[in-house]
Ligand binder design. Structure first.
Ligand code: HEM
Length: 599
């Protein structure tokens, strides 16, 4: 893996020419400076080639290092009293430090963004201009607020102006590769799928993911947050657990969870055979249950507890997302911070105990390898055996993080897919009927078996079209780790690259003039033929970091949708308002109230 040591931001930048730095007033104990001292100053002034300041203790300097050296010389040579010397030294050093930090800050917040902007504009990129410190943040917030207050007409899927109104306009005005600002951070949005793929296919970590240590610590770290060799090792160990033949073994768990959901809905039916349900939380519980059963098998109840705690944790973190960026905020002993710490401790202690029991059972020869935890532990042991003792595999702490990540990455994404599918099929009952026909034709009202899943053509097309119109993750962000070339433009290190999945999925140049219509038939000949660009369908990402759980998610979604279609007809309830919310993932803003009718 080609990665050199991390370079920090550029260190000291020269102060503005003509800066005067006061080294402090002459101390009454110092007396006239000796000749040698004056000689130093003269030497320095000669180098400066400019007249010195009128005060003997005011010197004009060119660089911080030069200043420090001269400061030191003066103190070493001047016949000062021992008592006054350290104070002058301390004040001088503090002054220097303050100046140094102020200059660094100014560089970070003004000169550096302006330099980046100039470099990119010189290569032909356009976009919004930098505004000190805030960039486009205020505009983003204002436009998002406006958009959130408006609902969308039913059956309308042109959601990009509601989800990302400002970005939508910036791309329209300035082109598919354009500049905007997250505060002082320059962001280049790339909505050309060929260039997007170039970024996502890079195997060397030159486009790194952004790190959010507080979120990783309290919610989940694991595979999704690693880079470099650590990511390679974890991906290698986790891959076998997500292969199709292993997923087949998990189908009974999927089926049990879906049956429970359906029978709960059946029990809610009124005397007229109908009921109204907000399917959002219901489907979220379903996908949480599925992870609990598929990850921990017989220890599913402990898994359910982890899911409850993780959901609470995510809510608490989201509610304070703006404060979390304040350094040290999470260490404050507030009520909420204490609760989040307690939640994290409880999750970790449940997981540690589960992993401990499982490892012991495996050592005693029990077969506990049909769930994600068992498969992960088995693969970990095999990796250590195959790669020799120098490779340590995943530590227990890392296995804990991977288990937490399964919940974080795998529950809400899949439940959102199912939720939008039910909403969209309620808006397009003709497609609901076609899907039901297919399901009843293949399975009747019987148990679903794996062999039937590969023949589900209409259901698969529907799921893809929903993922195109309503991708749960609407954009990915990367950062250039070093100077990089993308499509003939050279990007300096430290530029944010935004890959706007939603805009690409809603681009008429790629998908045709009917881009905003729900037309599952565009996927009739597979993903690569659905648009003018085979790489324009990105709900699961692309390249080496593509979602490891995509087969898992699609199998789970098919199982749930087929079972729902087998038992119910559904439509939008009167109370449903079509609106989108993208504060976490792409949710229906006011819930998904669906009217179910038993069939
Ligand atoms: C509809 C459901 C899902 C969607 C739309 C989805 C989407 C994604 C996307 C877009 C990424 C790549 C993010 C990036 O490159 O920045 C990703 C990564 C990941 N997903 Fe999913 N995901 C889904 C379900 C799942 C499930 C069910 C699991 C696990 C049980 C899972 C586990 C992961 C993991 C571990 C990664 C990180 C992979 C890596 O960095 O190597 N996802 N997912």
């Amino acid at each position: 893996m080609e990665r050199a040591a991390q370079h920090g931001p550029s260190a000291w930048q020269e102060p503005t020419p003509g800066t005067h730095t006061c080294l402090g007033p002459p101390s009454p104990n110092i007396g006239p400076r000796p000749k040698s001292d004056r000689a130093d100053l003269e030497l320095h002034h000669a180098v400066e080639d400019r007249p010195t300041a009128h005060h003997p203790y005011l010197v004009r300097v060119h660089s911080f290092h030069c200043q420090r050296a001269i400061l030191l010389l003066h103190f070493l040579r001047a016949p000062m009293s021992l008592a006054s010397m350290p104070w002058t030294l301390v004040c001088g050093t503090l002054g220097m430090l303050l100046l140094w930090h102020a200059a660094r800050l100014l560089d970070r917040l003004w000169w550096h963004p302006r330099r980046l902007e100039r470099a990119l504009r010189a290569q032909g990129l356009r976009g919004t201009s930098y505004r000190f410190l805030i960039g486009d943040v205020n505009d983003y917030e204002r436009r998002n607020k406006e958009a959130r207050s408006r609902s969308i007409p039913l059956r309308c899927h042109d959601i990009a102006p509601h989800v990302a109104p400002l970005l939508h306009d910036i791309v329209r005005e300035h082109g598919k590769v354009c500049i905007s600002w997250y505060g002082p951070y320059l962001k280049v949005t790339i909505s050309d799928p060929d260039l997007t793929k170039e970024v996502m296919s890079n195997k060397f970590g030159h486009f790194e993911k952004l790190q959010f240590p507080a979120l990783s610590r309290l919610l989940a770290g694991g595979l999704a947050t690693y880079e470099g060799e650590k990511w390679v090792m974890h991906r290698r160990i986790l891959n076998p657990a997500f292969q199709l033949e292993k997923l087949k073994l998990m189908l009974p768990a999927f089926s049990t969870c879906c049956e429970e959901l359906v029978s709960k809905w059946v029990q809610s039916l009124g005397s007229d055979g109908t009921c109204e349900v907000d399917v959002c939380p219901e489907l979220q519980r379903l996908t949480g249950d599925v992870i609990s059963r598929t990850a921990f098998g017989s220890n599913y109840l402990e898994g359910t507890r982890i899911f409850q705690l993780q959901s609470e944790q995510a809510e608490r973190l989201l509610a304070r997302i703006k404060k979390i960026v304040i350094p040290g905020y999470l260490s404050l002993p507030t009520k909420n911070n204490r609760r989040m710490k307690a939640i994290n401790n409880e999750i970790e202690s449940i997981l540690l105990s589960l992993i401990g029991k499982r490892m012991q059972a495996m050592q005693e020869g029990e077969n506990t390898k049909d769930d994600l935890l068992g498969l992960m532990l088995e693969s970990n042991m095999r990796d250590i055996d195959e790669n020799g003792q120098s490779i340590t595999g995943m530590t227990i702490k890392e296995i804990v993080e991977e288990c937490k990540l399964f919940y974080f990455a795998g529950t809400e994404t899949t439940s959102i897919l199912l939720t939008w599918t039910m909403i969209v099929l309620s808006m397009h009952p003709e497609w609901q009927d076609r899907a039901r026909e297919e399901v009843l034709g293949l399975f009747g009202k019987n148990k679903l078996v794996y062999e039937g899943f590969s023949q589900l053509k209409t259901v698969t097309m529907i799921l893809y079209e929903v993922l195109r119109l309503y991708p749960p993750a609407v954009a990915f962000i990367r950062k250039t780790y070093k100077e990089m070339d993308i499509g003939g433009i050279t990007y300096p290190a430290g530029v944010l690259i935004e890959l706007p999945v939603l805009l690409i999925h809603h681009d008429p140049d790629i998908w045709g003039d009917d881009v905003h219509e729900f037309k599952p038939e565009r996927f009739a000949d597979g993903i690569s033929k659905a648009s003018k660009n085979p790489g324009a369908f990105l709900p699961f990402g692309w390249g080496p970091r593509i979602c490891i759980g995509q087969q898992f998610a699609l199998l789970e979604a098919k199982m749930a949708l087929c079972m729902i279609l087998q038992h119910f007809e559904f439509g939008l309830a009167q109370s449903y308002t079509h609106a989108v919310d993208n504060r976490k993932l792409l949710h229906p803003m006011h819930g998904a109230q669906i009217k179910l009718r038993a069939i």
